[in-house]
Design a protein around this ligand. Sequence first.
Ligand code: FUC
Length: 814
Amino acid sequence: MKSLTAAVFVGLAIAISAAQPAAQDAAAPAAASVQFTGEAVAPTSPLTLWYRRPASDHPPVVPEPEKPSDAATAEWVRALPVGNGRIGAMVFGGVIHERLQLNEDTLWAGRPYDPVNPAAHDALPQVRQLIADARYRDAARLVDERVLSTPPRQMPYETIGSLYLTFPDTASVANYRRDLDLDTAIARTSYTTGGTTFTRQVFASPVDQVIVVRLTATRPGQIAFRASMATPLHATVTAGPEGTIVMAGVNGDGAGKTADGQPLTGALTFQTRVRVLADGGQTTANGDTVSVSGANAATLLIAAATSYVRFDDVSGNPEARTRETIARAAAKSFDTLRDAHIRQHQRLFRRVSIDLGRTSASARPTDERIAAFANGGDPALAALYFQFGRYLLISSSRPGGQPANLQGLWNDSLDPPWGSKYTININTEMNYWPVESTNLDECLDPLVAMVQDLTVTGARTARAMYGADGWVTHHNTDLWRATGPIDGAAYGMWPTGGAWLALTAWQRYEYTGDRAFLQTIYPALKGASTFFLDTLVEEPTHHWLVTSPSLSPEHAHPFGAAVTAGPTMDEEILRDLFNATIEASEALGADAPLRARWSATRDRLAPMQIGSAGQLQEWLADWDMQAPDIHHRHVSHLYALYPSAQIDSRATPELAAAARRSLEIRGDEATGWATAWRMALWTRLGDGEHAYKILRFLLSPERTYPDMFDAHPPFQIDGNFGGTAAIAEMLVQSQRDEISLLPALPSAWPEGRVTGLRARGGFDVSLSWTEGKLVRADITSRLGGPLHVRRGDVVRTIATTPGTTYTLRGDMLR
Ligand code: FUC
């Protein structure tokens, strides 16, 4: 009986969703015309984002559109994100219509697939020859025709839908405020109407795996609302007894077919299960809606899951998972759920504190502060932005979940920009730039797990495309861990993405010295090195070993294409890769006979070269100044300056000067992530003023939305993470076995204090400064290694013991 009912519902839902989107778009829902009176007081915690108006307040759109309109997107970047690394919500804070737009991190389109193009194997030697003959356009054409994956696109990340709460009409409310407290990870909405103050709290618990909504009022019996769900996916929504609403459906189809003709129809099932627990009053269920009236308070628990188990296994049971999750959470009181959530969040979040000074500007709503930041006088907004980046990483990347994608965890579309996937020619790596320096080591776990998956799927690609051992991943991957080149020759024909990801995982060892971890990541480092041993080719003039075909990410050179041999970034990444592999093999006592080959190959990589404009050359030849877009957003060849440390102002001053020249030529303003990267690069040149100038642009409405999400535009989360990492680099740097204190402090922050930053080699660093001068630094050694610490030109070396804190004052001479 039950399954028959479900089948009828599914049929109905499909019919509706196929028929209605256009009509819905035309009749955009009217905003509720609530009057706002009074002025809410500002939150007391400086770690709070807050606003005087809802992000939106209009009736549900059912079914939701596959791609939201521009107007809906503009509202979405006002809503506030909560997440537990796996499930998340954007909270809109409407007075009559509350919307929680929901995500689950394994809900992507398509199914397990292997997109490698069987023609690639025979075409690649021809591509290589065309590049050697300088026939770049022809090489690119052949890549497009015969090397790109089948299909040449990967699968997008998808929204799971929304929970809507509809409250009784009210003409006006007083003292409206909505906020997000980064310290408790709770979004709150409150206002007063008819003599009653209503408060909503929303959080995503990493402990109980539910999103919790709590509705309270200052007078008894005042809580009344209707709850329902909607999604653009094919699904049924059914309200049942005990105040339960279940949305059950399937993921979207992926576009195209694999080379053997398999369509990429959706193979995941999902469930979102809501349980409404009211204190007093009446709760009734009807159709797809649960209604509550006359209650004193109510708690809603939201669980969501898909049948995804691994990139090659979709046999999970979301029905059982959500049922069990809700049953366990429903047995606990709201206070128990909330306290456990806060404790777990603060365990990570409170490891770092920052104070850059506070002025009266910090009492204003967050959107107003963003609009005014470039005028100066609000250093606390930079501190809030820094901590927001840490909050986002904690909320979008936790052990057991998927890594933070292009939008972290938050996406309201079935067709988001760039599929909201993992672009690994910069974006995913940037997401993890702050993970160690800002003391969030656990948040790296999902990326490490993804690298492990890619060693499996990437080994297939290495063999099928290149006839090589080891593993490879090109410029993008998705939930299914696709590793072949996509999108077009100018984007996808880049074999170095896996190597950069492996190095991003390796940073954990640099910071923690954790040998057990090194053991788990070593096969990935070794396998990436093996791939390049098998595939590097000899450059004819100097006999350097170079990648081919490859490209300097997404940047066309002067000869009508991007594909080439030996772009500078590749050689830099491979130098780090071979060094890391050698160091790991020594630390683990593994593969001693292979080390000579790794080091000999490393020594034959193309060196970094300085071009005729005094710039660091982006390619093997001095093409930079003739490239069609010399202000291009990617600054790939500057990888060596940051995040790598191959270029250093003191150790390699000529190269540092060339990197500076390249930065000057490129210019300061770019898309969100590209702006954040420029900022970090200037910190490595020790130029805090220049880095701060770039921050003023990054933290302006052009690059930061009202809810502080980074504007690429549109929203892309990498700029948030890159911005956080760059602020950390202004205060503490650790590269080349040296910790540098306040290496790029701008004059805008004459006084301040930071605690709990981390440095390579196993050190925790806290410090304070006044009038731009170091007052005191406390450096705790976790591993007992030698400590080389620098402030300006003064360097001290201290032998340390694990667990001991070393205090340095002022001039560092004591
Ligand atoms: C790279 C960048 C784009 C965008 C995309 C997701 O292709 O060049 O700017 O960030 O990734």
